[in-house]
Design a protein around this ligand. Structure first.
Ligand code: SF4
Length: 729
């Protein structure tokens, strides 16, 4: 399909200093949790975006000082010693192979260095306890410290240049960045030439830019990632029209383009940079970035969870932005630019704005994606989001039972692997499983993209048939005539209050009673929620309990949320939603009772106690209704019954019986169910598809050479053409 001419403007080349961008798509720097420890994974993840058409790819913030660390959160890229150059070279080479420019973002963490790994405190503009890492305390840098730090920036920039990087980006935003800390009056109480007036506070940043620019010469474009508005709304922070504009005017001659974002100057304010769809629409940063447009003629890149090509084209056409910056949209679909270029808009796997990607990095693990199960698997498993090898058993037919996100993903992947015939059979009238109703929870409409994208893909596959409104039993499955059966039958919420914290049901809890309800009963069955007072008993601690609490409060109920956890919806702290959700619940009058178990349910009365104090006097709550978001139960009866009768399977000539998704283990995030199903389909032709094939671990194993690592993986299973990248001169 040809490109829509309205989107042509997105494919006009753009000069940024000494470099030429092939189009206007810029993968903004973002963490992935691989960094210096897993250079293959880091390089191949970025390379996939380069292959997908992004004109610029970037590392995450790369640490310039050997004494900085993000220990406790994530693994960063390092550019703090010469040994790192080989890792950076691999990243740059792979980006260049696919025609992208490679940027390296240089970061000095200042007072936000955790010191958990290095045991060193950070150096700050002012001696201070961090406002987001309250256990860390920084010393005040003196002039010698400042000079040494500038030397570290220069050395790091030269390493980036030696590695072949095209762009050197000085970080002054999202979560850390010493230059921004010096610039902000809030963090800089100095009285010397680096403090006091705005010009003095800007001095460090300007000196770093000047020295880095001089060091890299014409071989690299130079930019800086500026938090153009920290959203404090006072002169203590950065306001776009005031301090943001003033800094751009001061530093404009030192950069080739501006990389702008808002709201992320500390580690707990990044959530306003990476806003979730629950609270922030597409282009949510635009109004602040546009406020400084007139301050510079240099190209500007901005972010805003852009997935709509019409929005992007309009922003570039009107020069509100010159480049479309994206982290999450490039994670959900590394091939977003190519798909726009080829007019394949229906194929774009749009980001749903859930921030599960970030949550895993915040948890100290590596990045994943709800929409894109191949994310992070490019190197270690050799997966490609758009390429699928033909299965060795492609002549087989497959019946996938269950059309939720896992079943849909499994059928799509099997279809793309060329299986002779794939039948996806769903009991309900609609595909989607529990994601049929989740997007109707407040603020979660964009989550509907999980099902929408998969429906589109299924419709385009000639070898996949979809049947809805048909519940299959054991006899039906045996009679179906398929060679391989995949049970993706999902899960349901416990009706008896079974929960992890107490490892048992709650005595007296029974959702067959008219005043006790499960999420499905509310969202699918329209079971009425009686009376005024409602208690939500939330042991899931992610989005379902608080979303139902919000929904019920908005419809006029007086809601109490009781949870055994230290606070409500603890996982939202990792996705960044908590910072907005907690005030919202307070505003809606939702009462929170943390760290309490409900131990017994009477007739419209609940008995409980503090979770960690079994001897405490019982707490009592009278209520008109009780909602149980305690845990989900796997619907695996069909699988178990089929597996129990091996003779019947043999008689029906069924060669493989597998489970995938929540029916196997109902984990908290749909991303895991989708991954599970994708993994099974990718490996449906191995000796034992139930067990994942080994992947390249990259973590150092004593006695192993680089070749040994790669030898773990069967090279014939390599869809992406992964080479032995670790065996480098
Ligand atoms: Fe978007 Fe969610 Fe994927 Fe992150 S995990 S890129 S927010 S869909």
């Amino acid at each position: 399909m040809p490109r829509d001419p309205r989107h042509d403007v997105l494919f006009e080349p753009l000069r940024i200093g000494p470099k030429l961008m092939r189009n206007r798509f810029y993968q903004a720097p973002h963490c992935v949790g691989f960094g210096a420890e897993r250079p293959g994974a880091e390089a191949y993840l970025r390379a996939m975006k380069a292959e997908g058409g992004w004109a610029v790819v970037n590392t995450e913030a790369a640490l310039v000082s050997p004494e900085d660390d993000y220990g406790g959160f994530t693994t960063q890229t390092r550019v703090s010693d010469d040994r790192q150059i080989a890792n950076l070279e691999l990243y740059v080479e792979r980006a260049h192979e696919h025609g992208a420019l490679a940027g390296i973002q240089l970061l000095a963490m200042g007072r936000d260095a955790t010191g958990m790994s290095t045991r060193e405190p950070g150096g700050g503009a002012t001696r201070a306890v961090s406002d987001s890492l309250w256990w860390a305390a920084a010393y005040e840098m003196d002039r010698d410290d400042i000079r040494e730090l500038e030397d570290l920036y220069v050395a790091a920039a030269l390493r980036a240049r030696r590695a072949g990087a095209d762009i050197v980006n000085i970080a002054g935003a999202e979560g850390a960045g010493l230059p921004l800390q010096f610039l902000m009056a809030r963090h800089n109480r100095r009285t010397d030439e680096y403090g006091g007036s705005f010009g003095n506070r800007a001095r460090l940043w300007l000196e770093v830019l000047e020295r880095v620019r001089e060091a890299v010469g014409d071989e690299c474009a130079v930019t800086t990632r500026l938090c153009v508005d920290t959203l404090h709304g006072t002169a203590e922070g950065i306001r776009a029209e005031e301090e943001g504009a003033a800094f751009i005017e001061l530093a404009d001659h030192l950069v080739d383009f501006w990389d702008l974002q808002v709201g992320g100057e500390t580690l707990d304010r990044w959530v306003r940079d990476a806003g979730t769809s629950r609270f922030y629409p597409e282009d949510f940063q635009g109004r602040w970035v546009r406020a400084v447009r007139s301050c510079t003629d240099k190209p500007i890149v901005g972010v805003g969870r852009f997935t709509n090509p019409d929005t992007m084209a309009e922003l570039v056409r009107t020069r509100k932005l010159d480049m479309i910056g994206a982290a999450r949209p490039s994670i959900a679909d590394p091939f977003l630019p190519k798909k726009i270029d080829e007019g394949r808009l229906g194929d774009i796997r749009e980001c749903i704005g859930c921030n599960v990607c970030i949550s895993r990095v915040n948890a100290g693990a590596h990045i994943i994606c709800t929409q894109n199960p191949t994310l992070g698997e490019e190197y270690r498993r050799g997966w490609h989001p758009e390429r699928f090898s033909t299965a060795r058993n492609a002549e087989a037919s497959v019946l996938v039972v269950g059309g939720g996100p896992a079943g849909m993903e499994c059928a799509i992947t099997l279809g793309k692997r060329g299986m002779a015939g794939v039948h996806l059979v769903e009991a309900d009238a609609e595909l989607g499983g529990h994601f049929h109703w989740v997007p109707r929870l407040p603020g979660l409409a964009e989550w509907g993209r999980v099902v929408d994208w998969r429906k589109n893909q299924l419709a385009a596959l000639d070898n996949v048939s979809v049947v809805t409104g048909t519940r299959l039993n054991v006899a039906d499955v045996l009679d179906y005539g398929a060679d391989i059966i995949v049970c993706a039958t999902g899960s349901h919420w416990a009706t008896d209050g079974l929960n992890g914290p107490s490892q048992s049901p709650v005595p007296g809890a029974d959702a067959a009673l008219p005043w006790i309800l499960t999420p499905e009963q509310i969202m699918v069955d329209d079971k009425p929620v009686p009376g005024e007072r409602v208690v939500v008993y939330d042991c899931e601690s992610y989005f379902v309990g608080v979303s139902l609490a919000e929904r019920l409060a908005r419809s006029g109920h007086q809601v109490t949320l009781i949870t055994p956890m230290p606070g409500p919806a603890m996982y939202l702290g990792l996705t960044g939603e908590a910072i907005e959700m907690m005030p919202l619940l307070a505003e809606l009058g939702v009462e929170i009772v943390p760290a309490h178990l409900i131990t017994e349910v009477g007739d419209r009365v609940l008995y409980g106690r503090p979770r960690h104090d079994p001897g405490a006097s019982p707490a009592v709550w009278e209520t008109d209704a009780l909602v149980l978001t305690t845990q989900r139960i796997a619907d695996n009866g069909l699988y178990r019954a089929l597996k129990a009768d091996r003779g019947a399977l043999r008689a029906a000539e069924i060669s493989g019986l597998y489970q995938a998704g929540d029916g196997r283990a109902p984990r908290q995030q749909v991303a895991d169910a989708i991954f599970d199903a994708h993994r099974l389909a990718r490996e449906i032709d191995t000796a034992d598809p139930r067990r994942p094939l080994p992947y390249v671990p990259e973590e150092r194993l004593l006695g192993m050479t680089a070749k040994d690592y790669d030898a773990i993986v069967d090279p014939s299973r390599d869809d992406v053409g992964r080479s032995t990248v670790l065996e480098r001169p």
